[in-house]
Design a protein around this ligand. Structure first.
Ligand code: BGC
Length: 333
């Protein structure tokens, strides 16, 4: 009898210890980056980690540009009991499967950077998106070019009244590549300039590919090129590498090159006078908004623009605003 009572007391103590351990253990939140080698996205994910530190057990996985690997990683994290997910899809057209998967486990999901279609996002009430408006970033990028040519008529090297440009495009199919391209050209046209495309090619967001593609454009078009439009900073810096190797940016030879992101190396190039301008792709606020969303969703709180602190549209999308960055405001906080 005595032993039985003792056993009951011990069991009660074990259960109490387990319950308090469970209450004290932080929630598990899973994060996937499409490719950890991506300069911009790794700064977004760094910010997410910073925000989550101390409140959650964050698992961060690199999907190494492989959508199948990402599905496996997400499944593993779900099996491990994550209570919310922040995923940077490898392929935005596969976002629908990620949404369905999270929904099947009733786990909220914040997609970042690669935007699912509105229809896909609407499939699950617990799915949200954080990124920028590619039309806005593209348009601002085009304005950088138009502003330059308006202030520097001599930049029209052959004086034909037409801007001869080459364009480095991000990954085909990515909304930021497709729409930035369209809208940057739209802004130049809206400012009253005519344009002629000498060359356009994808450089897959990468600096080394940007350098290679720019070297190719230079070999074909040489001095006929009057400006370089790039969908992101890494490719713009690659173009600058190729231009420098071919003798630009010394002895008064200048080429206007514009990008998007405002990464640290790009801001450095801007200060040094090679990059003409860039558009802020706000990694800090994108990381912060993604984290805040995941946290509210984990707590099963209804999300509004007010409690999130960022404007959210009726389709569960949060677009962080952009702005042009040039020498004039690069060091203004
Ligand atoms: C950024 C690129 C980045 C890409 C990744 C874009 O929004 O501007 O720098 O490589 O996202 O998906």
């Amino acid at each position: 009898m005595k032993h039985k009572r003792l056993a009951t007391v011990i069991l009660a103590m074990i259960l109490a210890a387990q319950t308090s351990a469970a209450a004290a253990s932080p929630p598990k939140i899973g994060v996937c980056i499409y490719n950890a080698a991506d300069t911009f996205m790794s700064s977004v994910v760094r910010q997410i980690q910073k925000e989550g530190e101390g409140s959650a057990e964050l698992t961060v996985m690199d999907s190494a540009n492989d959508q199948n690997l990402q599905f496996t990683q997400v499944l593993d994290m779900l099996d491990d009991g994550v209570q919310a997910l922040i995923i940077n899809p490898v392929d935005r057209t596969s976002a629908v499967y990620l949404i369905r998967l999270a929904q099947s486990r009733n786990v909220p999901l914040v997609l970042i950077n690669r935007e699912p279609s509105a229809d896909d996002l609407a499939l699950y009430d617990g799915a949200y998106y954080v990124g920028t408006d590619p039309k806005e970033t593209g348009y601002l990028c085009g304005e950088l070019v138009a502003d330059w040519f308006a202030a520097h008529p001599e930049a029209d090297l052959n004086g034909d009244g037409v801007i001869q440009y080459v364009l480095l495009k991000g990954e085909p199919g990515h909304q930021d590549a497709e729409l930035r391209t369209l809208y940057s050209l739209q802004a130049i046209t809206d400012a009253g300039f005519r344009t002629q495309m000498l060359g356009e090619d994808t450089a897959l967001w990468e600096r080394s590919v940007g350098q290679e593609k720019m070297a190719g454009f230079l070999a074909t078009w040489g001095n006929r090129i009057e400006c370089v439009i790039s969908n992101n900073d890494d490719m713009a810096l690659g173009a600058i590498d190729a231009l420098k190797a071919a003798g630009w940016f010394t002895g008064g030879r200048y080429m206007p090159v514009v990008g998007v992101d405002a990464t640290e190396p790009a801001l450095e190039a801007l200060r040094q006078g090679s990059l003409l301008g860039t558009v802020l792709n706000d990694a800090i606020n994108q990381g912060r908004a993604a984290w805040k969303l995941a946290w509210l969703l984990y707590k099963r709180e209804p999300v509004t623009s007010e409690n999130l602190g960022y404007a959210m549209d009726a389709n569960h999308r949060v677009y962080i605003p952009s702005q042009k960055i040039t020498l004039d405001n690069v060091d203004t906080p």
